[in-house]
Design a protein around this ligand. Structure first.
Ligand SMILES: NC(=O)c1ccc[n+]([C@@H]2O[C@H](COP(=O)([O-])OP(=O)(O)OC[C@H]3O[C@@H](n4cnc5c(N)ncnc54)[C@H](OP(=O)(O)O)[C@@H]3O)[C@@H](O)[C@H]2O)c1
Length: 316
């Protein structure tokens, strides 16, 4: 059987790195992985994790999702330019009150998280259409479905990704192409640390006292606890994604964290959209002690349910 060619973006750390290694180590050797990163000098961690797969089922290449030339050069360097499975993973976060963020900072997030995907597809989609085969997998987020306090711009970038993919999926069907959105909740990676560190440095002098207080004493204060209670590992996300790319009929949407599902379900339960907003408001501002206790309880549940997952029914 021919190996499928998998191109993954953002493999210098976190989810991208784990994905590249997991897929390259596929038990049935079904994949040839091109693990890409914008800065090849950051490849050391991947080289170490790839071990014996390096030069066999895994190759490292340069690709910056914000640079069309770099995307084209990378795709041109592949045998017959063939990509069977594209995993669009590269991304960045941004937290804080919008009053403290510049339009340039916001544009960088949109440029990476949303236009990065668009640029990749402008290069890869025509070949997939011509071959009438291909799977486009996008690492989205639960924040592509449900906005979260002080993640306004990041959530907007992931909503853009989701709207784009929902529209494209209809056309893709006509060409026998598959699209899957992977929607993790919090994942403990460099992302978490980078976003938190940047958040801590926010110049709050540009915002009113109440907003500054909400950001510092509610959001940032709970940030680490949310990750330690609900957070998955990048290896968990890699395992879920590996399962999705080996399915005959992969789903369009796949949430990786069953503990988060009740929160995103609220969105679909109320066509007016007030329910999730009210519940989040009450959880954060009126019942913060219950919220904290729930996070501790969730931490315990996570620990107990860490072992396995299934794609078609919730974990017990
Ligand atoms: N961590 C979470 O809680 C979480 C939750 C849901 C979804 N996600 C999504 O998961 C994806 C991966 O995030 P992660 O958690 O693994 O974070 P991470 O460890 O910070 O990894 C992000 C990767 O994206 C790369 N990247 C950033 N800008 C790029 C560009 N212009 N071109 C190419 N690569 C670029 C980074 O490269 P450099 O090393 O060069 O910066 C890094 O390799 C993102 O799309 C993120 O939105 C994360």
């Amino acid at each position: 059987m021919d190996q499928k060619v998998v191109l993954i973006t953002g493999c210098s750390s976190g989810i991208g790195l784990s994905l590249a290694v997991r897929i390259a180590k596929d038990e049935k050797k079904r994949f040839m992985v091109y693990a890409t990163m914008r800065n090849l000098s950051k490849g050391e961690l991947l080289v170490k994790a790839a071990g014996r797969t390096l030069g066999r089922s895994l190759e490292i290449k340069q690709l910056d999702v914000c640079d069309e030339k770099s995307i084209k050069a990378c795709v041109d360097s592949l045998p017959e330019r063939r990509v069977d499975i594209l995993i669009s993973n590269a991304g960045m976060g941004l937290i804080g009150p919008i009053e403290c963020q510049t339009i340039e900072e916001m544009k960088t997030v949109m440029d990476t998280n949303f236009f990065g995907l668009v640029r990749l597809l402008k290069e890869i989609l025509p070949d997939m259409k011509a071959r009438k085969s291909g799977h486009i997998v996008v690492i989205s987020s639960v924040m592509g479905i449900q906005g979260i306090l002080f993640n306004d711009i990041y959530a907007a970038s992931k909503f853009a990704v989701e709207g784009f993919c929902e529209s494209l999926a209809i056309q893709a069907l006509r060409f026998n192409l598959k699209i899957s959105l992977i929607e993790p909740g919090p994942v403990v990676t460099e992302f978490e640390h980078k976003v938190y560190e940047e958040g801590m440095k926010t110049d709050l002098s540009k915002v009113d006292k109440l907003t500054a207080d909400l950001f510092t004493n509610i959001y940032l204060k709970n940030y680490n606890q949310i990750f330690s209670s609900l957070g998955q590992t990048p290896e968990d996300i890699a395992e879920h994604t590996h399962k999705i790319i080996t399915m005959d009929n992969p789903p369009f949407r796949h949430q990786t964290n069953t503990l988060y599902t009740p929160m995103t379900t609220l969105k679909y339960a109320d066509p007016h959209g007030d329910l999730p907003i009210d519940i989040f408001y009450k959880m954060v501002f009126e019942h913060d002690k219950v919220f904290n206790a729930s996070l501790n309880f969730l931490k315990l549940l996570r620990w107990r349910s860490r072992k396995s997952f299934t794609l078609d029914k919730p974990q017990s």
